[in-house]
Design a protein around this ligand. Structure first.
Ligand code: NAG
Ligand code: NAG
Ligand code: NAG
Ligand code: NAG
Ligand code: NAG
Length: 780
């Protein structure tokens, strides 16, 4: 046996010895060899190809970083010729057509890199004959003319790199035909015009590099590009809206463009984001400080924008943050100590209005008044200005909110307004579209760990805050005509107006006493302008009217979003001629409320607590997204704060630790809203609340629980057991007596997002329950 196996082994070895040398010494395809030498000739014998001659065995030469020929079955599949420095243009009689005529004689080429060789001329259409091409890198040459449209027929192309040339004209509209494209890099050319919409269909795209061109207009929607990691658009004229990308993005460079609209809410969920460079644009609005603590962030540059807002010493930063440039913005407050502490960090913050910890000014800072004045001024937008998408959203908005009520001692006006208007609006509304909430529930929460980060600041869809002129408001309300009047309180009236761009707003008019000066309001206004979130009825601007004699403020007008769908209660308790929200919509509304609460608690400074939030304070916008309309600005004003604490005293389960845990009071109040959302019963007295709460608690602990008993009959058959159970559980936890045992906002959000997803899955599988393995998957 040993003998046999020994000889077999010998045979194998012998065969190998016999065949391998023969295979290797077989002359490579002679015509290809000839072609390669021809290419050498057409390139004017560049130094990197010095070693090529008719004795070269191309398929078996050692590859180097500058020259590589790869063969497969003796057919050339890769050709890399790379010069280290950009070569000057080749002589006048160089012919790019002749070069490509030679290249197409290597029809199996999958990879072609001709870098820094001095190539010039227009890319010939014959390039389309290289139909196996997967990687094309012809960067650092002198190509001119438009990008050859025939290139879009190379449908195997995965990487198209034309960097550092002189390509002109528009990017071919049919670039979307290159459906396997993973890298598209056209940096440093002279391209102009808009980006083709078809970029949005390149679902495999990982890198999109268009920096240093003359491209303009809106970046197409890239949210379908689930693999997009690098987006580099530096030094163009793109804008105004922040590009729509997914949360898997790693690097965003928008430096030196024309972006103006605020940063998107989603930014806070970009858990892989390492580099954010949005310097030298025209971004305005509050700087979302939570990006400092994104889990992967190492590089942030917001230099030279008009970001406003206050920084705080105790802000959190990602410890891995290496570079941060905040300079030349309108930031106030103190430099976060996490930025000062580490010497390794490159921190630049000149040209703001920051102070040191003891309130002194620090180097190269402007006086605070500069920032506040500028902040007010940048809100001013010319009247003809269209705000694009946001104006469309604003169009259908929104019953106005009582934010300012708290600030300016007013509140009654708003209530009246809301009641009067809420009813009116409801009558004219179309039936609730079942899929209105889809945008929430179907939002895939695969990265649920970070979902909560996403909720801190959402200016999405809210027009930029600005100052209005009195003429503009008069025009919007037909001179404050009585037909536009919607309510009145002790300090002012509420009007409904329509702006020139067609959007509806609610305008609150406050009469001032003589001794109120502008300065005093600046602080309030600054605060108001920060209260901007998708799930708050947000202020979108203001207008001062002055007394002529002493220039003090005579009237202050506050302009709010307008929420056309009335209160959440109207759509829960069947008041609304029987129409009510579906289960998915209710869960989505609950999530919206908590996101609004989360924003008040942690998205702005000072923190705010809504205190005494009721279901009637929650309004629905045109998409049935929930918006909190009435929140207590008590922390701004010491006197009001005292009152606020007082009023809480008479509510069960809230008195004890109110001062230390005001956020838990909001959690309780939310629990009450959830009771009503689930049960469908209007709960107006403490007794009613207690009774339904008892009912819930027994159901949730009962062994044989027929959980559906407790749900609003209208939706009983259209909600998944598990989704319902999750919501009931969270509801009961919000209502426990010990404030410390109530869940955190993040916990609530997480569970409700889960409930939404389960409901989605249940809905799409038409009633089949979600298995526990699916739950485990979602939880990962
Ligand atoms: C040589 O290459 C050409 C194309 O490059 C091909 O058509 C031909 O069949 C090859 N000949 C051999 C002997 O492999
Ligand atoms: C290459 O081959 C040609 C003939 O095919 C011959 O004339 C020439 O001298 C050879 N060149 C080199 C460098 O060997
Ligand atoms: C193109 O090739 C050059 C030379 O190898 C390389 O330095 C460059 O990174 C490549 N470009 C891209 C986008 O891959
Ligand atoms: C390419 O563009 C640069 C800058 O616009 C210019 O200096 C250069 O001459 C151009 N080269 C060619 C070959 O057109
Ligand atoms: C950039 O494009 C604009 C038109 O979009 C044109 O007016 C301008 O001259 C171009 N700039 C350069 C440097 O080509």
């Amino acid at each position: 046996m040993a003998m046999v196996s020994y000889s077999m082994h010998t045979v194998v070895v012998l065969l190998a010895v016999l065949f391998v040398p023969i295979h290797c010494s077989k002359p490579p395809n002679a015509s290809q060899e000839h072609t390669l030498l021809e290419i050498q000739h057409l390139l004017y014998y560049p130094a990197v190809l010095r070693s090529w001659n008719n004795a070269t065995d191309f398929c078996n030469t050692v590859q180097s970083s500058s020259v590589t020929v790869v063969c497969y079955d003796d057919v050339v599949t890769q050709l890399h010729i790379i010069n280290s420095d950009k070569a000057p243009p080749l002589p006048k009689d160089f012919s790019i057509e002749a070069l490509f005529a030679a290249l197409v004689k290597l029809p199996s080429l999958k990879v072609l890199k001709l870098v820094s060789l001095g190539l010039w001329g227009q890319l010939p259409a014959t390039i389309s004959h290289l139909s196996s091409l997967e990687i094309l890198n012809i960067s650092s040459n002198h190509f001119t003319g438009t990008i050859q449209p025939a290139i879009t027929s190379l449908t195997d192309l995965q990487s198209l790199v034309l960097d550092d040339n002189n390509f002109t004209g528009w990017i071919p509209a049919r670039v979307g035909f290159l459906s396997r494209l993973s890298v598209l890099s056209l940096k440093n050319n002279l391209l102009n015009g808009p980006l083709p919409e078809s970029l949005g269909s390149l679902v495999d795209l990982r890198v999109l590099g268009l920096s240093h061109n003359n491209l303009s207009g809106q970046v197409p929607d890239l949210h379908r590009l689930r693999n997009l990691q690098v987006l580099e658009l530096e030094d163009n004229s793109l804008g105004p809206e922040f590009p729509r990308v997914t949360d898997r993005i790693i690097s965003i460079v928008l430096r030196d463009n024309k972006f103006t609209a605020g940063l998107p809410e989603e930014l806070h969920s970009f858990y892989q984001l390492k580099r954010l460079d949005i310097a030298l644009n025209r971004f305005m609005g509050p700087f979302p400080t939570s990006i400092l603590s994104l889990p992967s962030i190492t590089y942030i540059d917001i230099e030279g924008n008009r970001f406003t807002g206050m920084l705080f010493e105790d802000l959190a930063c990602n410890p891995a943050l290496e570079f941060i440039d905040l300079s030349a913005n309108l930031l106030t407050g103190k430099l976060p100590s996490c930025l000062v502490s580490s010497k390794a960090r490159n921190v630049v913050y000149d040209g703001n209005c920051l102070t040191t910890n003891n309130g002194n000014e620090i180097k190269s800072q402007n006086p605070i008044s500069f920032c506040s004045n500028q902040a007010l001024a940048v809100g001013i937008i010319p009247r003809h200005h269209k705000t694009g998408k946001s104006s469309k959203v604003a169009l259908a908005l929104a019953l106005a909110g009582g934010i300012i009520g708290g600030i300016l001692l007013l509140g009654v006006a708003f209530l009246i307004f809301r009641q009067v208007h809420g009813k009116k609006a409801v009558k004219t509304q179309p039936p609730v579209p079942e899929n209105a909430s889809a945008s929430y529930t179907s939002k895939l929460l695969s990265d649920a760990r970070y979902v909560t980060r996403a909720m801190k600041l959402a200016t999405l869809g809210i027009p930029p805050y600005r100052t209005f002129s009195l003429e503009e408001l008069e025009e919007a309300t037909n001179g404050f005509h009585t037909s536009t009047f919607i309510g009145e309180g002790s300090h002012g009236q509420m009007y409904r107006g329509q702006l020139r761009d067609g959007s509806f707003v609610a305008i609150q008019c406050l009469k001032m006493k003589r001794n109120h000066n502008t300065q005093r309001f600046t602080r309030h206004i600054e605060l108001i302008s920060k209260l901007r979130h998708q799930h708050l009825v947000s202020a979108i601007g203001h207008c001062f009217e002055f007394y002529l004699d002493d220039a003090s403020v005579s009237r202050l007008f506050l302009v709010f979003e307008y929420a056309p769908n009335g209160t959440l209660r109207d759509w829960i308790s069947g008041k609304n001629s029987g129409r009510s929200l579906s289960w998915s919509q209710r869960v989505a509304a609950a999530i919206g409320i908590v996101k609004g609460i989360q924003f008040l608690h942690s998205g702005i400074v000072p923190r705010l607590f809504s205190s005494n939030l009721k279901i009637t304070d929650v309004l629905l916008d045109q998409n049935f997204a929930a918006k909190i309309s009435c929140y207590n600005l008590s922390l701004v004003d010491q006197n009001i704060q005292k009152d606020g604490v007082h009023t809480k005293g008479n509510r069960i389960g809230k008195t004890t630790i109110v001062k230390d845990h005001p956020e838990k009071v909001d959690v309780y109040d939310f629990g009450v809203i959830l009771l009503e959302i689930i049960s469908g019963k209007p709960l107006c007295t403490q007794k009613e609340i207690e009774s339904v709460k008892q009912h819930f608690q027994t159901r949730i602990t009962a062994e044989d629980s027929a959980i559906k008993d407790i749900v609003d009959p209208v939706i009983r058959d259209a909600c998944s057991d598990q989704s319902l159970t999750t919501m009931v559980e969270i509801c009961c936890r919000c209502l426990v007596n010990d404030p410390l045992e109530r869940p955190s906002v993040e916990d609530m959000l997480w569970n409700m997002q889960f409930a939404a997803q389960v409901q989605d899955a249940w809905h799409s599988s038409e009633g089949s329950p979600v298995s526990s393995s699916q739950r485990a998957m979602i939880q990962q």
